[in-house]
Write a protein that binds this ligand. Structure first.
Ligand code: MN
Length: 299
């Protein structure tokens, strides 16, 4: 059956819709997949959100190993709370990432990459978020690029410690470049109720990474996506008793998307072409040098 591209309508005003994430498997590890959800496919241009861990990484082992695979039409955004990995891609990037740093890879017409876990010297853990941003029509056919941001802006607001991954918050702007107006922040929430200023033109959602929060009297925990709608100037977060959350938002993307495997396209013909290019290794997605493991094949 040929699938059609789809989008979910942004709410006109503030709402609170809590959607259960589904459990998915990535290279044998279980993750909480908050986006896409049948009832909420995108939030701004964010179209994919996996929350993984915390999972133990015993000394002498490595986690986060993902063999070479392709992307097109999206940017991958990697954010770690614990653990470390090395990003390799077909542009030749070799970039270690640690907690507090941001990897932003725009696939455009095509790129391939691999993640390689770092051998743990002592018992540790891995915990993080993998997101995708759908690229709009005017950038999705362009050349791939990769950015690493070792330092991001942080701000302390009453009861909140905010790391700005993309976009801006209370005048602090992330250096990460997005193709459409976008926001993401990692927010530590202390006990009590605290207001996070947000852009009323954006739609927003959040996932809880640690602990729990109350939103308008509703408790939200890890494994749930709270969709918040639009026209909010402030998001009131109540630590229950304290929490770490990721808030995402952006201008609603007015383009229907078709997502298949690691590709974000607009129709089945484009999807088939992407699969074929990777399967025949015709050069569109390049080659990841120095990666462990065989290229991942979809079928
Ligand atoms: Mn990937």
């Amino acid at each position: 059956m040929r699938r059609k591209p789809s989008r979910s309508e942004p709410a006109a005003g503030p709402v609170l819709q809590v959607h259960r994430s589904r459990t998915a498997s990535v290279e044998g590890s279980s993750v909480r997949r908050a986006l896409p959800h049948p009832l909420r496919r995108t939030v701004g241009a964010w179209c994919f959100l996996d929350h993984f861990g915390p999972a133990p990484v015993p000394a002498g082992t490595r986690s986060l190993d993902v063999a070479p695979h392709p992307h097109c039409g999206l940017a991958t955004v990697t954010w770690l709370l614990q653990g470390q990995a090395v990003h390799r891609d077909s542009l030749g990037s070799v970039q270690p990432i640690r907690p507090g740093q941001l990897n932003w890879m725009s696939a455009g017409h095509g790129i391939s990459h691999a993640e390689e876990g770092v051998l743990a010297q002592e018992d540790g853990a891995v915990h993080g978020v993998q997101l995708w941003v759908a690229q709009p029509e005017h950038t999705r056919h362009t050349a791939a690029r990769f950015e690493h941001h070792a330092e991001l802006p942080h701000l302390d607001l009453p009861g909140l410690h905010v790391s700005v991954l993309v976009g801006s918050c209370a005048g602090e702007r992330s250096p990460a470049r997005a193709d459409t107006p976008l926001f993401a922040a990692d927010v530590l929430v202390a006990q009590g109720s605290h207001g996070l200023p947000i852009d009323p033109d954006f739609e927003h959602a959040l996932v809880v990474l640690e602990g729990a929060v109350q939103l308008e009297g509703t408790r939200v925990e890890p494994g749930e996506l709270a969709y918040l709608g639009r026209r909010r100037r402030e998001l009131v977060l109540t630590g229950a008793p304290e929490a770490r959350v990721m808030v995402i938002g952006g201008e609603p993307l007015d383009e229907p998307l078709l997502m298949g495997w690691n590709f974000v396209v607009r129709d089945e013909d484009e999807l088939e072409a992407a699969y074929r290019s990777w399967e025949t290794d015709d050069g569109r997605f390049g080659t990841v040098n120095g990666a462990r493991g065989e290229r991942i094949l979809p079928r």
